[in-house]
Ligand binder design. Structure first.
Ligand SMILES: O=C1C[C@@](O)(C(=O)O)C[C@@H](O)[C@@H]1O
Length: 253
């Protein structure tokens, strides 16, 4: 059976049959926010979702939240809320209490439809994070549980175990982004992704990062990955293609 998930009222339906393009919004202040949104606006046709990478914000995060949520109201695209910690390639070292607090503060903004939470953080403080996950679901938000390795590609068994664990913890989408050192690493990530998506109902986002891994961002029919990250202005990870190029490439797949 084909699995499809409509994102509440946004017109965006996620499925592995029709993968979507997500661009990161990475402003450090209000000026950059306006510039990046202008770029997103201009390339709107090639963009299905936006990810706010809150960890790029330089000032108080709560000021970033009000500026970004205010501007995003007029964009009419589903937004993923992400605070990527330094431990997984992000820009911020943030205390778990602030991480949690920011997520709870953002719940009232309807534009944030999905939340990317790092599996490792969820496991660190399992009880507190369980409550947070339950709150997110109570607010009809979707949960992406993610795992990043910016150095290497774990073994196939480890990658499958990570995806299975994310699913078991209640993720609506599972996400794995790893760095290849060889062509074989890219192939392995793609094979693991294909195996997972063919045998599980839960949708997945899988990425082999960097130049070497670019094909994992394009050959989504093979991997079954339902979202590919691309750039509208600034990249948030190595290997992302411009959204317009990715759209053309996905159409030829
Ligand atoms: O997890 C991911 C995937 C990503 O790291 C990439 O490789 O495109 C980019 C991040 O912004 C996003 O949160």
């Amino acid at each position: 059976m084909m699995k499809m998930k409509p994102l509440n009222g946004s017109g965006c339906i996620l499925s592995k049959e029709q993968p979507k393009i997500c661009v990161p919004l990475t402003p450090s202040d209000e000026k950059e926010l306006k510039q990046q949104l202008e770029m997103i606006h201009r390339q709107s046709a090639d963009i299905d979702l936006i990810e706010w990478r809150a960890d790029y914000w330089q000032g108080e995060l709560k000021d970033g939240l009000s500026a970004v949520s205010n501007q995003l109201q007029n964009i009419h695209k589903p937004v993923i809320f992400t605070i990527r910690t330094a431990a997984e390639g992000g820009e911020k070292d943030i205390a778990l209490s602030e991480y949690e607090h920011m997520i709870r503060m953002s719940l009232k903004f309807p534009c944030f439809m999905m939340y990317d939470l790092q599996l490792m953080l969820v496991k660190q403080k399992a009880d507190r994070m369980r409550m947070l996950l339950d709150d997110l679901h109570r607010h009809n938000k979707w949960i992406i549980l993610s795992y990043h390795d910016f150095q290497a590609t774990p073994s196939n068994e480890q990658m499958l175990a990570i995806l299975n664990e994310q699913e078991a913890l209640g993720a609506d989408l599972v996400k794995l982004a790893v760095m290849p050192q060889t062509e074989m690493d890219v192939k392995r990530l793609m094979e693991v992704s294909s195996l997972f998506t063919q045998t599980h109902e839960t949708m997945a986002i899988t990425i082999s990062m960097g130049e070497l891994g670019v094909k994992s961002r394009i050959q989504l029919k093979e991997t079954g990955s339902c979202i590919s990250f691309a750039t509208a202005s600034a990249a948030s990870a190595p290997g992302q293609l411009p959204a317009s190029s990715l759209r053309k490439l996905l159409q030829t797949q």
